[in-house]
Design a protein around this ligand. Structure first.
Ligand SMILES: Cc1cc2nc3c(=O)[nH]c(=O)nc-3n(C[C@H](O)[C@H](O)[C@H](O)COP(=O)(O)OP(=O)(O)OC[C@H]3O[C@@H](n4cnc5c(N)ncnc54)[C@H](O)[C@@H]3O)c2cc1C
Length: 556
C-alpha cells in the first residue's frame, strides 16, 4: 500500500519509450503525438502498450459508474486504479445515495419527486450549497437522477429500502436511499461500522468485471497525453506501475475520476489558504484525494469552475473530529483492528460522547471556542492565527485536554490500539502533559504554564457555571484528577466540492471555454455542483460513460 501512495516521478517521452515493456501491448502508432512542442515536431509516433475505447482513471464511485455505462454502449473499457483494491472513498462511505426524480423506489414508497423539483432545490438562492452552482450542470443532473437510479438497479446494486431525507439544499423528505453493505467483511476496508457504500462499489465492480471491463490495480496515472500541449485531442494517458511507465491509448475518451483534491495540501490551498499541512483528510490511509485529475488536466489546458462552492461553509468540506487521539477521526469512519488497512490507520480513536468531558486548546495551549459547538464558527476559530510568527496560515494542531475522571465517564481505555502515541500524550501534571506532546505538526512545544492557566480558568467557569470566554453552555466538569491527557482533535477534511470545469456531457472545458476533445471528468474532481457525495458522483460518471462510449473513435 505504501508503494501505491508514493507519487510517481514524471517520465519524459524519451525515457518511457526506452523503458517501456509491451506487456499485452497493442503497439499502435498514432500520428503527430507529442508531450511538448519540440517532441511534437520531432516525433510522429508513440508506442501504445494498452488500448481501449474508453480509459477510466480511478476505480471509485464515479469511475465505476462511468465504466459500466461505457460498457453498456458496447465500448471496450480499461480502468486504471492506483490502489491495491477498488472503491476509493466510496467503499468507506455510508452508502446513503441522494438520487430522486421519481424513480421506481420512490414510486414504491409513495414519494412524490421529479427532475424539476431537484432542479428547484439545487438552484435555490437562499442556500449556500446551491447558490453558486452552475445551473446548466444542475439541470442535466436533475434530468438524469431517476435514470441513474434505475441504472444502479440494472447493475445489481441493492438498497435497504429505507427512505432518508435528502441533504444540503434538498427540501424533499424522501430522496436518499441506502445501499446494502457488502457481505464479506474482509472486503469492506472499514468493516463492522455500517460502511454500506461497500455494497455500492462492490456490486458495480462485479457488474463491470462480468461485462468485460478490465481493471488494472496498482496502476497510477502520471500524465494525460494530448496531441499538442494545449490543443488537439486527448489520446491517452501515461501510467506508472511497478517501476514501469506504459502508455494507454483511449480511442474514444479518457475519464478522470480521481476523487477530488482535499488530500493535496498545495492544491487545496488554492481555495482556502488556511488549509495547511496539519489538516488531515478523512480517508487518507486508503484513498488520497490526490488532485491528480485536476492537476494533470490543468497541465493540458483545463479550467477550474464554480470554486466558490468549496468555501460556502455549508457542506462537509472540513469538520470537527468525532474520534480523538488518532490521526484520522472523521465522524462516521473508524478503522477497527480487523480493518485490512489498520496497520496504516494505527489507532481506532476515542469516540467522544459528550464534549463537556474535554476542553479544546490550540498549539499554544489556549482555548479558542466552545467545545460543544461543531459549526463552521468552531472550525474558523480552530484555524485562527495562534500567535506563532513562523506559522501565519492554519491554526496548528488542536488538542482535546481531559483528566482521569473524564476517562471514567466516557468509559475510554486510553491505550493503543485505541490511541496512537504520536497523536496522544499523558502526564502526571499539566506541565508534564504539555511537555510530552510530541507530534510532527506541533511545531514548537506547548507552554506548560499557559496550559495550566487555561485549565485553571476553565475550572473557575465550572464553579461559577458560566464560561465568560466562549459561552460553552454551563461548563460541567473540572479537569483536576491526574493523570491528564491530550488527544489529537484537529478538524479533518472531507469533501472536495469543486474541481474541473465540465459541460453537460461531462467533457472537460479549457481556460478559453472550449471542449478538450476526448477528456471527461466527474465525481469529486468536477466543479459546478456541490451536492455531497454519491448522487453527484454516480450521475456524472454515468453521463460521461454514455457520452464517451457513443462518441467517434479516433482512427488508428
Ligand atoms: C467516511 C465517508 C462516508 C461517506 N458517506 C457518504 C454517504 O453516506 N453518502 C454520500 O453521498 N457520500 C458519502 N461519502 C462521500 C463519497 O464516498 C464520495 O463522494 C465518493 O466516493 C467520491 O467518488 P469519486 O469517484 O469522485 O472518488 P473516489 O470514490 O474516492 O474514487 C477515486 C479513485 O481514484 C483513485 N486515484 C486517485 N488518483 C489516481 C491516479 N493518479 N491514478 C489512478 N487512480 C487514482 C483513488 O485511489 C480512488 O480509488 C462518504 C465519504 C467518506 C469518506
Amino acid at each position: 500500500m505504501s508503494e501505491n501512495l508514493k507519487k510517481p516521478n514524471p517520465v519524459s517521452r524519451r525515457s518511457f519509450l526506452k523503458t517501456s515493456v509491451a506487456k499485452g501491448a497493442a503497439g499502435v502508432a498514432v500520428a503527430a503525438v507529442g508531450l511538448h512542442p519540440k517532441e511534437a515536431e520531432a516525433a510522429n509516433s508513440i508506442t501504445w502498450h494498452r488500448s481501449a475505447d474508453v480509459v477510466v482513471v480511478g476505480a471509485g464511485v464515479s469511475g465505476l459508474a462511468c465504466a459500466c455505462a461505457a460498457r453498456d454502449t458496447g465500448a471496450s473499457v480499461i480502468m486504471i486504479e492506483e490502489n491495491f483494491d477498488i472503491g476509493g472513498r466510496g467503499i468507506m462511505s455510508g452508502g446513503s445515495i441522494q438520487l430522486g426524480g421519481g424513480h421506481s423506489l420512490q414510486k414504491k414508497y409513495g414519494t412524490v419527486d421529479s427532475a424539476d423539483m431537484i432542479f428547484a432545490d439545487w438552484t435555490r438562492h437562499d442556500h449556500p450549497a446551491s447558490r453558486y452552482s452552475d445551473r446548466d450542470i444542475v439541470r442535466k443532473f436533475a434530468d438524469e437522477n431517476a435514470a441513474t437510479f434505475e441504472f444502479l438497479l440494472a447493475h445489481g446494486v441493492q438498497f435497504t429500502g429505507r427512505e432518508q431525507a435528502g441533504g444540503g439544499a434538498s427540501t424533499n423528505a424522501g430522496r436518499t436511499y441506502q445501499t446494502v453493505e457488502w457481505h464479506i467483511p474482509s472486503q469492506v476496508i472499514a468493516p463492522n461500522r455500517g460502511r454500506n457504500g461497500s455494497g455500492l462499489v462492490r456490486r458495480l465492480e462485479e457488474s463491470a468485471r462480468k461485462s468485460g471491463v478490465e481493471i488494472l490495480l496498482k496502476h497510477s496515472m502520471t500524465s494525460i497525453i494530448r496531441e499538442n500541449p494545449k490543443s488537439g485531442r486527448v489520446l491517452g494517458i501515461t501510467v506508472r506501475s511497478n517501476g514501469n511507465t506504459i502508455n494507454v491509448q483511449a480511442r474514444k475518451g479518457v475519464y478522470v475520476g480521481t476523487g477530488g483534491n482535499s488530500g493535496n495540501v498545495n492544491f487545496r490551498r488554492t481555495f482556502d489558504p488556511r488549509l495547511t499541512e496539519e489538516y488531515q483528510q478523512a480517508c487518507a490511509p486508503y484513498a488520497r484525494q490526490s488532485g491528480d485529475a485536476e492537476l494533470m488536466s490543468m497541465a493540458i489546458g483545463a479550467a477550474l469552475w464554480a470554486t466558490a462552492l468549496q468555501t460556502s461553509e455549508s457542506g462537509a468540506a472540513i469538520t470537527k473530529t468525532a474520534h480523538i487521539g488518532c490521526q484520522w477521526g472523521y465522524g462516521s469512519l473508524v478503522f477497527e483492528t480487523d480493518s485490512p488497512i489498520f496497520h496504516l490507520a494505527r489507532a481506532t480513536g476515542l469516540t467522544v460522547a459528550n464534549w463537556q468531558d474535554v476542553i479544546m486548546v490550540n498549539q499554544v495551549g489556549k482555548r479558542f471556542w466552545s467545545e460543544t459547538d461543531g459549526s463552521y464558527k468552531f472550525i474558523a476559530a480552530a484555524m485562527a492565527y495562534n500567535g506563532d510568527p513562523d506559522k501565519l496560515n492554519g491554526g496548528g494542531p488542536i488538542w482535546a485536554i481531559f483528566d482521569s475522571d473524564a476517562v471514567a465517564r466516557e468509559r475510554w481505555n486510553p491505550k493503543p490500539p485505541n490511541v496512537d502515541p504520536l497523536y496522544f500524550a499523558s502526564g502526571a501534571t499539566l506541565k508534564e502533559l504539555a511537555a510530552n506532546i510530541n507530534n510532527p505538526y506541533q511545531k514548537r512545544p506547548m507552554p506548560g504554564t499557559v496550559l495550566q492557566e487555561t485549565v485553571e480558568r476553565y475550572n473557575s467557569f465550572v464553579t461559577s457555571g458560566t464560561d465568560t470566554d466562549f459561552k460553552k453552555p454551563k461548563p460541567m466538569y473540572k479537569i483536576e484528577k491526574p493523570p491528564f491527557y491530550a488527544a489529537w482533535a484537529t478538524p479533518i477534511l472531507h469533501d472536495s466540492l469543486t474541481g474541473l470545469r465540465v459541460n453537460t456531457d461531462q467533457q472537460v472545458i479549457d481556460i478559453h471555454g472550449q471542449v478538450i476533445p476526448g477528456l471527461y471528468c466527474g465525481g469529486e474532481s468536477m466543479g459546478g455542483l456541490a451536492q455531497h457525495g454519491l448522487g453527484r458522483d454516480l450521475v456524472s460518471g454515468r453521463i460521461a460513460g454514455l457520452h464517451a462510449g457513443k462518441s467517434k473513435s479516433i482512427k488508428v
